[in-house]
Write a protein that binds this ligand. Sequence first.
Ligand code: NAG
Length: 281
Amino acid sequence: TALQVPLRGLVRLLLLLVCVMPWTEAGKVLVVPLEGSHWLSMKDVVRQLHARGHQAVVLAPEVSFYLKGEDFFTLKTYTFPYTQEESAKMFIFETKNALQRMSGIFTALRKFLAGYEQSCVKMLRDNSLMNHLNSSSFDVVLTDPVFPCGAVLAKYLRIPTVFFLRAMPCGLDFEAAQCPSPSSYIPHFFTTYSDHMSFPQRVKNMLHILGWKFICHFIFTPYASIASELFQRDLSVVDILSHASVWLFRADFVLEYPRPIMPNMVFIGGINCISRKPLSQ
Ligand SMILES: *[C@@H]1O[C@H](CO)[C@@H](O)[C@H](O)[C@H]1NC(C)=O
């Protein structure tokens, strides 16, 4: 209680200051999300930004399942090579054979990823859209780096970038931010190991990492090519990701394990609990 009185005074003083000072804090945010569940938690952030007086423009493909216009942001769309129906059909498999299903999923995923790459190239080559975005003078880009097109765009427009993500596969996030990440002590995401691994576990961890490197090469190399062409020099995905100002991770060490991070990496795992339900008995 001894502390409470000065604290209350301080809060009142701050409130008074906020009321008298002109409101100059509002900024312009360009949001480049990834469709699907990734967008759901980002949407809450955009809603909150709007509530605090900031202006948000969300840049999204014209075909999408979750991303719809809302009254708390301006939606700008870019072309996508498949229609809504075609996209939906891609992930419906009638066969019951597990192997055929796997190959079906793989083919669909490849087609879908190719669609995203194509629309990224088209967006970056759309001069009227680029001029419009460039002249809108955004203060910051908020993007999910799992769809690296947003990071490429931010670099192109020279706008500071905030990444909002659960994690990048293959430790690309930690590589881009230059965090120490020795594979003997840092278990791979899907291994469920801790930082105390036995020798066989360490070997398995290495194999996991190598296997995923192959998958990541397949997923992300197209964006390195897109960026290399755009900037007329050789760029890797790590180069594209390394210019982030802040990394906001929807994760928490409670769910994972402690590991070295950089000062611009912030853990905001609690954001996943905005839409929560009480535990069952
Ligand atoms: C954005 O506008 C500035 C100033 O007009 C210009 O120098 C720059 O080249 C433009 N960038 C792009 C990507 O169009």
